[in-house]
Design a protein around this ligand. Structure first.
Ligand SMILES: *Cc1c(COP(=O)(O)O)cnc(C)c1O
Length: 392
């Protein structure tokens, strides 16, 4: 029996997968079970921010495994304290909650937003609506699915959690109209600066400013879902810095611990003490292996000049792509890029890339690049030349 046959016999079929069995990886190169090599432009959906088996990261995770791998959140560990301190200092947030995934980080943000309004306005005010954007993606749990503004994810799973209202992205008037209509009922507005699963669609700076201003006026919390855009991906520690704003809450996950499951919900002073004992928890949250991996990633991303290189590499890729006839345009920030093609289907191009030794992603009708943040120019050249061949 092949690995794929064995797998499919025992694992639920919730994913459309490629017929590819990856065996190991080194830096930005993955190797399949037949020894074939692939340049990685996907990082496992933006997770392996330092590539495969980065030396510093492996050392950190292995040392932690040899020391203490889990304790429960009834006790303290130094590695959790150190990681939380580093992350708060790097982002300017006051306090954070540890979970294990993007969806969990967003669940936490949703709970904080609802309790914030409950605490201030009381239960009878029913100030519990969270406004999210059309074409957004916030996760696969029932609450984050309810928040997600894309019908394709909603089939089958009715009924959804009440208290989520979608508005159009980049429609400031529409947002203000909805806020007025729901006056006194809204506790938060939640958004991605660059809609990832929605097709790498950046929000307009002007619209983001309106969200922040209108919410501040009305005592409504702003929640930035930076699960995909955070931790250096945009050429800044947080994409909120690219936009020059500071939402009340920011969630992080994918790239934060370089490949170990993690999710964090970070809050500013307005709401960092909303969660009190008994209101939220997670058995695995803040797992020491994840925290050790996270410290290795943060220390690297915070090195002098590291994020500037991310910006430069993003620009370099854009430049290279502009020389390919079939490329219609490129959207995104830093090393989060959505490539529009003129006539080829993104799904077919993605498959052809894979067959030719390049791992890329798709998002809606675009090819999506989320390469490891430390990818080299030489690897970029190799990857782009594979892409350019298959697009001929
Ligand atoms: C991937 C993603 C999520 C969900 O993260 P999981 O770890 O899969 O739960 C949420 N929000 C955004 C913006 C994402 O890209």
């Amino acid at each position: 029996m092949t690995t794929i046959e064995e797998f499919n016999e025992h694992v639920m079929g919730s994913y459309g997968r490629f017929d590819l069995v990856l065996e190991h990886g080194e830096n930005r190169t993955a190797v399949d079970e037949n020894g074939k090599q692939y340049i990685d432009f996907g990082s496992g959906i933006g997770v392996n921010s330092l590539g495969f088996c980065n030396e510093k990261w492996v050392e950190a995770v292995c040392a932690q495994a040899r020391s203490i791998q889990h304790t429960s959140n009834y006790y303290y560990t130094k590695v959790q304290a150190d990681f939380a301190k580093l992350l708060c200092e790097a982002t300017g947030y006051d306090k954070l909650f540890f979970g294990n995934s993007g969806a969990e980080a967003n669940e936490c943000a949703i709970k904080i937003a609802r309790k914030y309004s409950f605490d201030r306005y009381g239960r009878d005010a029913e100030r519990n609506i969270i406004i999210t954007l059309e074409n957004s993606f916030h996760g696969r749990t029932m609450a984050t699915l309810s928040a997600t503004g894309q019908d394709v994810f909603h089939n089958y799973f009715f009924p959804f959690l009440p208290g989520f209202v979608n508005v159009k992205a980049n429609d400031s008037e529409g947002l203000i109209k909805t806020l007025n209509e729901l006056d006194g009922r809204v506790c938060a507005v939640m958004f991605e600066f660059v809609q990832g699963e929605g097709g790498v669609v950046p929000l307009d700076k002007e619209f983001v400013d309106v969200i922040i201003e209108e919410c501040a006026k009305r005592d409504i919390l702003t929640i930035a879902d930076e699960v995909q855009t955070g931790v250096g991906r945009s050429g800044k520690m947080l994409t909120s810095q690219v936009y020059g704003v500071k939402p009340n809450i920011t969630t992080l996950a994918k790239g934060l611990a370089g490949g170990v499951p993690i999710g964090v919900c970070m809050a500013d002073k307005s709401c960092s003490d909303v969660l009190v004992p008994g209101t939220h928890g997670s058995t695995f949250g803040g797992n020491p292996l994840a925290c050790a991996g996270g410290i290795a990633v943060l220390e690297t991303v915070l090195e002098d000049g590291f994020t500037d290189e991310v910006t430069k590499k993003g620009e370099y890729i854009r430049q290279k792509l502009s020389e390919i006839d079939e490329v219609d345009g490129v959207d995104g920030v830093g090393l989060m890029l959505g490539v529009r093609l003129k006539s080829k289907k993104a799904a077919e191009a993605c498959k052809a890339c894979l067959e030719n030794g390049l791992l890329v992603l798709t998002a809606k009708e675009k090819l999506r690049f989320l390469p490891p943040l430390n990818i080299s120019y030489e690897e970029i050249d190799k990857g782009i030349s594979i892409l350019s061949e298959i697009l001929k």
